[in-house]
Design a protein. Sequence first.
Lengths: 115, 113
Amino acid sequence: EAGVAQSPRYKIIEKRQSVAFWCNPISGHATLYWYQQILGQGPKLLIQFQNNGVVDDSQLPKDRFSAERLKGVDSTLKIQPAKLEDSAVYLCASSLEKLGGSEQFFGPGTRLTVL
Amino acid sequence: TQLLEQSPQFLSIQEGENLTVYCNSSSVFSSLQWYRQEPGEGPVLLVTVVTGGEVKKLKRLTFQFGDARKDSSLHITAAQPGDTGLYLCAGDAERGATNKLIFGTGTLLAVQP
């Protein structure tokens, strides 16, 4: 079974530029998550989708971050414009539509460096 | 706001030593998961504990969920270099209502050969 795919793996941009990340979850997984992980820390949830609807985006900086999941399958996360503090690894995860303690399967992440 | 604090933050030990990582919160969680993350990869689930006081073993790793379901510990016996990585606890934030996890602050473990 293929895992969660993310691209690109690495991205270096200058501040104020725009960047987009792509995620393809495991087939059949209804729930998709985007996390931001600062080096050496735990992941912080940015947005959670159930199929193509948003369940939680309370920690998404909506003035510069946006995400969509058209057709309830793959998803893109965009930052526009980027700031220095956005340098982090952006992780995508997916899980089955099962309530309570379902395992989240993570992609390898995209490491973003903002100069 | 639900927070999960892990301690220690960093740990460097020699092969063969034992260690314990703690995950503490003032909030009650309906379940708690432990993940390990290796450099350049996403976290991978090790175990899920659901019942207060529950103990689960995975080879040399022993996981315990506190009686009040507010804390958890991970004990590794005879650590090996392959155990090196970032250990993350994660609590089920809303009693399973949305399958949302709150991740801990992380413990970075380095096992020297």
